[in-house]
Design a protein around this ligand. Structure first.
Ligand code: SER
Length: 319
């Protein structure tokens, strides 16, 4: 892993992962790939090369891979779950046609590929508690359909062609940097923005709905560690359960109220998001990731909440 292309570098994960890769792996280049309309700004633009990289345009990606002698591709282009329900064909195009472009280029140019999967790859008949690594994956959302197909296609390219594909199933990701958009787990980010600004939060997910969540620094470490791991102990590749914390809205709000007691929340449940959330695991078993490549998260719920509040207060210059 020396010269890296991050496709979707201005998105929720990419905006932070690109900077981390540039910081942690200074020996090569990390190219920030973006689509017109989402140009990198600030540190992301100033700290390394950037290129237009539309995952659906194979020739464009190939040119970048050649130009920078890319050996690793982080393929982060995707529509999140609620948006994908609104635009299923677009989600299919980006997530599937985009993926096969990347895998074909990786096969020809000998690149390793990371394409994230998700808790969304599970469905209503998956065991909800301690969801095993290998279990039923019959999701009912388009997002989930594309994530299962991503896992299968990535494994296919490994077994048939030896392409070094690796992946993790991310929980809902929480960060103060780039907000997610159109996800089912977004509430766990949005409520912090409302809390630090002293605004009422209207929660689209019902109280009592458990989902796996993770603080972004742990998610970024997972994305880096799995690609740097020696594959000697891999029994799986696409994709590993990675877990960190599981909570329902009231537990998160209670943790925030320890620091911001007057947080006000009311519920207006969004049926699309709720339906998706109800079909996802409550908490995943990540023992295979721990055993096969040493995964271990660092942030507890309380530490995450504290860090989010401190940093969002700085960001918005409020006390
Ligand atoms: N955070 C994503 C979503 O809510 C799940 O991977 O769509």
């Amino acid at each position: 892993m020396k010269n890296i292309l991050v496709i979707g570098s201005t998105g929720q994960i990419g905006s932070e992962l690109t900077l981390k890769l540039r910081r942690d792996l200074p020996g090569g280049v990390t190219v920030a790939g973006f689509i017109p309309g989402s140009e990198p700004t600030g540190k992301l633009r100033d700290s390394g090369p950037f290129e237009v990289a539309n995952v659906c345009d194979a020739a464009q990606i190939e040119e970048i891979v050649d130009k920078y002698d890319i050996d690793t591709i982080y393929n982060l282009a995707a529509l999140l779950s609620a948006t994908a329900e609104r635009l299923p064909l677009k989600a299919w195009d980006i997530q599937m046609n985009g993926l096969i472009n990347i895998l074909e280029i990786a096969r020809q140019k000998h690149c390793a590929v990371f394409t994230p999967s998700s808790i969304g790859s599970f469905g209503p008949n998956t065991p909800k508690q301690n969801t095993p690594q290998d279990t039923v994956q019959r999701p009912t959302s388009m997002y989930g359909v594309t994530k299962v197909a991503t896992e299968l296609l990535s494994d296919y390219y490994f077994t048939k062609y030896g392409v070094d594909t690796r992946s993790v199933r991310f929980p809902g990701l929480i960060s103060y940097t780039t907000p997610p958009g159109g996800g089912t787990t977004d509430y766990a980010v949005e409520v912090f923005y409302a809390a630090v600004k002293g605004e009422e939060y209207v929660c689209p997910i019902a109280a009592g709905t458990y989902m796996d969540m993770m603080y972004m620094p742990d998610a970024l470490q997972a994305a880096v560690d799995i690609m740097r791991a020696k594959p000697n102990y891999f029994k799986h590749r696409n994709s590993f359960n990675v877990a960190s914390m599981s909570f329902e809205p009231e537990q998160l709000f209670a943790a925030i109220r320890k620091e911001i007691p007057d947080l006000k929340v009311r519920y207006a449940v969004d049926p699309v998001r709720q339906h998706i959330a109800d079909s996802w695991p409550d908490s995943m078993d990540d023992s295979c990731a721990r055993k096969e490549w040493g995964w271990h998260p660092r942030f507890t719920l309380e530490e995450m909440v504290h860090d989010m509040i401190v940093n969002l207060r700085k960001k918005f210059d409020v006390r």
